[in-house]
Design a binder for this molecule. Structure first.
Ligand SMILES: CC(C)(COP(=O)(O)OP(=O)(O)OC[C@H]1O[C@@H](n2cnc3c(N)ncnc32)[C@H](O)[C@@H]1OP(=O)(O)O)[C@@H](O)C(=O)NCCC(=O)NCCS
Length: 171
């Protein structure tokens, strides 16, 4: 399979289906990104649902997009996954439930590695076994565990780190 490339992509990632495009997010994507976030969180029984869809739309518009580098996978004109990251930390990596397990998360994470070649960290909840399996398969390593008292959901969490090969760790 071949992947299409958005205007801001260099086509070097492991892209796949022709109708899928990996590209930088635009402000017009805000509602679609929020819809992915809302739908994916709704499937996660291990965390309390703290935010309404409207909260998620406001968060994406007012906080995520202005302050982060955000990439989306667009499938036939519909956003099906996104990654949002700052200088050295990935804030969000989410794929719509119906599109999970088809390689989108891997493509997004590969883009983060390309854009942050010195490495990065991210947090996930300890009970999020699917995400933890995914991150560990993608070469991230656990570096810190907490009891969750400092996160919004109060669910134990774990910090992962990715460092490029030859610079001390994983990849
Ligand atoms: C975790 C997540 C980002 C992974 O993205 P994805 O598009 O589903 O993953 P991919 O299809 O790219 O999977 C890449 C590899 O991981 C494997 N994988 C994906 N989900 C898995 C799961 N639940 N259990 C075991 N392996 C899994 C895939 O089989 C694939 O391996 P393969 O290429 O050898 O077949 C996505 O499932 C998601 O959005 N989950 C809900 C939100 C979330 O928890 N985000 C992380 C919060 S920090």
């Amino acid at each position: 399979m071949t992947y299409g490339c958005g205007s801001n992509s260099d086509c070097s990632s492991q892209l796949s289906r022709l109708e899928r495009v990996l590209r930088r997010a635009r402000s017009a994507d805000a509602d679609a990104i929020a819809a992915v976030l809302t739908a994916a969180r709704a499937e996660q029984a291990f965390i309390p649902l703290l935010h309404t869809p409207e909260d998620d739309r406001r968060f994406v518009t007012e906080r995520m997009l202005p302050a982060n580098e955000v990439w989306v996978v667009d499938e036939a004109g519909e956003v099906v996954g996104f990654a949002s990251f700052g200088h050295d930390r990935v804030g969000h990596l989410y794929v719509a439930p119906r599109a999970q397990g088809s390689g989108i998360g891997r493509v997004l994470l590969a883009k983060v590695k390309e854009r942050r070649p010195d490495g990065f960290t991210l947090w996930t909840h300890q009970p999020n076994a699917p995400a933890r399996t995914f991150y560990e398969r993608e070469g991230l390593a656990t570096v810190e565990f907490t009891d969750g008292s400092a996160n919004q959901e109060k669910v134990p969490d774990v910090r992962y780190e990715w460092r490029p090969r030859g610079r001390g760790a994983h990849g």
